[in-house]
Design a protein around this ligand. Structure first.
Ligand SMILES: Cc1cc2nc3c(=O)[nH]c(=O)nc-3n(C[C@H](O)[C@H](O)[C@H](O)COP(=O)(O)OP(=O)(O)OC[C@H]3O[C@@H](n4cnc5c(N)ncnc54)[C@H](O)[C@@H]3O)c2cc1C
Ligand SMILES: *[C@@H]1O[C@H](CO)[C@@H](O)[C@H](O)[C@H]1NC(C)=O
Ligand SMILES: *[C@@H]1O[C@H](CO)[C@@H](O)[C@H](O)[C@H]1NC(C)=O
Ligand SMILES: *[C@@H]1O[C@H](CO)[C@@H](O)[C@H](O)[C@H]1NC(C)=O
Length: 576
């Protein structure tokens, strides 16, 4: 046996790289008043100095507490986040807060300035993106401010506010590279879902969007993947995205589709919101509209043990709906008086009410049998158009909320329905609410062949289950910290355990921003390629959001990179 010794010499050089910081407002090289005035002229006088929503509300004549809680109303306030805990800076010492009933108001995590963009030029024009790059400013992007991870606001930042990019145009034959991709709609990144459902209805089309009113389909929604009640029938929203128009970190505007910038096109479909560039518009496939039926049931369950039993029944019976490609949402919340309230809304496409009733009856009867009282048995809402069934008129804002979530595999529902029930009980006992989105399977699974950055866990999932923690403004900042920590260390592990997987995944748009292994949890096997694409299109990390690609290089807040960052340089030599 030939024996020779090869030894590999690893020369490891570790050196510490000093932290890089973006320009804070007190730095001498922060843009001066005249620099800002110059920017304002370049954006046609659309630069705004912005304030937290509570302050903006206080300064208005007509901001009633009803309006305060209306997302549609809030949408017009450039500094607002729908979950306004993201406007607060609980971390500074002392914390910088601006609460609805407070007496003082600090800027907190609200950007300093915003460009109220209505044209590509405002976003791009040697001004928005380029201005931020020139002064090395923290940049933030926002359409609706609906983000559950606070990714659309950042302390000390310049905000590019795309809420007024409101373009909508329908095409019978959308052509890309000379090829007919069929019927589609081009949508500005500020367009709210209810606006698009209404417009689609007028031309007898529909599309894959969420069940929401003011979520911007071409903002964060599509970049996370985008689920809908009709996803089991037609796939995820990003499965139906044909093309994006994007302003890059360089300030250049590009088209990303299967042929041009196909790597960016891949990343924009599921690779996470806010990490790639400023979306101006997206082109989405459209379908002829069809009628829809929604079945609604409300239950009261006196104990969490009963919820456990009800959810185990639900888990066993859910496959009976598979042939109908239903989408379903259930919520379970504590009721101070009666125990727990459970609401189940099931969406059927093109089905007869009689069939829906018969199908749902056995489910409702089985839940009754565990001791539930049924408030609403089988309320049916049948509408000639799915658009109107999916449209919401408004949603509640101006409250505090954080989430934790997991994509629960179909296999988990098949192999351990009882444990899924018990996990729900554990979650409720920790004081969180639960929202189950049974929107996977069917076409979502069949679309596994589509090559995009969508978390592959979507393709094997049955449901996306979310735990929600809400809190009143009276909670102290240290208690808010404790609540966030419990979400990460106690709540999410129960959801993760429910999956029966070691490498469980979550939907990045509706998740815990403090996920310790967000790279795997949100992006699974795609992270390495996403990182490569990120460095190609955004080499200086202009677009950094918490829980987003590249964010591991930055400290919370995104103002400075992690210091004492050790870079390891290897060189290999071999000897025999
Ligand atoms: C009431 C409600 C209902 C929801 N329903 C659904 C649902 O049915 N299905 C579903 O999948 N999700 C749903 N979501 C989650 C939703 O997908 C996310 O909150 C999503 O981030 C919203 O995107 P947005 O652009 O409206 O929000 P924003 O808060 O404005 O932005 C969210 C993220 O996108 C980035 N972004 C915004 N605009 C742009 C732009 N022009 N270019 C590049 N990046 C941009 C932001 O930087 C941020 O990272 C819901 C959320 C809420 C609050
Ligand atoms: C503000 O105070 C009023 C009156 O005390 C109360 O009804 C309301 O709920 C408070 N609002 C918030 C957001 O805390
Ligand atoms: C932003 O621009 C739109 C469109 O021009 C305008 O209607 C709106 O009032 C502006 N918002 C603010 C806060 O200036
Ligand atoms: C995880 O699930 C198993 C059953 O599948 C259960 O026995 C165990 O208690 C769970 N652990 C946690 C932390 O919830």
């Amino acid at each position: 046996m030939a024996f020779y010794l090869v030894f590999i010499l690893l020369l490891v050089q570790a050196y510490s790289v000093l932290a890089r910081c973006r320009t804070p407002p007190d730095a001498p090289y922060f843009p001066s008043a005249s620099d800002w005035a110059h920017l304002d002229r370049q954006v046609d006088g659309r630069l705004l100095q912005i304030t937290p929503s509570a302050q903006a509300c206080r300064e208005m004549q007509d901001c009633t507490s009803e309006r305060w809680m209306s997302s549609s109303f809030r949408s017009g306030l450039p500094g607002q986040m729908i979950y306004y805990n993201w406007e607060q800076d609980y971390d500074s010492k002392p914390p910088e807060l601006c609460l609805f009933n407070g007496t003082v108001c600090k800027q907190g995590d609200v950007p300093l300035f915003a460009i109220n963009a209505t044209t590509v030029h405002h976003v791009q024009a040697r001004v928005g993106v380029r201005f931020a790059a020139k002064y090395d400013l923290r940049l933030s992007l926002k359409s609706s401010g609906h983000d559950f991870l606070g990714r659309s606001t950042a302390r000390h930042s310049l905000l590019i506010w795309t809420h007024y990019l409101q373009h909508i145009s329908f095409h019978e034959h959308y052509e890309i590279n000379g090829q007919d991709f069929g019927s589609a709609v081009k949508v500005g990144s500020g367009v709210a879902l209810k606006t698009l459902y209404t417009a689609a209805e007028e031309v007898s089309k529909t599309f894959v969007g969420g069940v929401a009113a003011t979520v911007a389909i071409g903002g964060g929604y599509i970049q996370g993947g985008g689920h809908s009640a009709i996803s089991p029938l037609l796939g995820l929203a990003s499965d139906n995205a044909l093309e994006f128009t994007v302003v890059l970190a360089s300030g250049n505007i590009v088209t990303a589709n299967e042929y041009e910038h196909s790597d960016l096109f891949w990343a924009l479909r599921g690779g996470g919101a806010g990490s790639w560039g400023v979306i101006i518009s997206v082109v989405l496939r459209t379908f002829p509209t069809f009628p829809g039926v929604m079945h609604l049931a409300f239950f009261i369950l006196p104990t969490s043990g009963m919820v456990s039993k009800a959810i185990a029944i639900h888990a066993r019976k859910i496959f009976a709906l598979d042939t109908f490609r239903t989408g379903q949402y259930y919520t379970i919340v504590k009721d101070e008086e009666y125990g727990y309230r459970m609401m189940v809304a099931t969406f059927f496409s093109s089905s007869r009410p009689r069939i829906v009733r018969r199908l749902m009856r056995s489910f409702v009867q089985a839940i009754k049998a565990v001791g539930a009282s049924v408030l609403v048995d089988d309320e049916l809402m049948g509408l000639p158009s799915i658009n109107s069934l999916l449209t919401r008129s408004d949603e509640i804002g101006g409250i505090n909320a954080i989430l934790g979530s997991r994509l629960i595999p179909k296999a988990a529902y098949e192999s351990h329905p009882e444990e899924i029930g018990q996990a729900h009980k554990k979650l409720l006992n920790l004081g969180v609410g639960i929202e189950g989105c049974v929107v996977a399977g069917g076409k979502v699974a069949e679309n596994a062949h589509i090559d995009s950055a969508v978390n592959p866990k979507w393709r094997t999932a049955k449901a996306h289950v979310i735990a929600v923690a809400l809190w009143p403004d009276s909670l102290s900042p240290s208690d808010v910290h404790a609540l966030k920590e419990r979400m990460t260390t106690e709540v999410v592990p129960i959801l993760a355990n429910m999956t029966g997987e070691h490498d469980s995944g979550a939907y990045s748009n509706e998740a815990d921003v403090l996920e310790p292994d967000f790279q795997i949890t949100f992006f699974g096997p795609h992270y390495a390629l996403l990182s490569k694409i990120k460095s190609r299109y955004d080499p200086h990390d202009l677009f950094i959001v918490p829980g987003g690609v590249g964010s591991e290089r930055w400290r919370p807040g995104g103002m400075c990179t992690k210091d004492h960052e050790f870079r390891v340089q290897e060189s290999r030599g071999s000897n025999s």
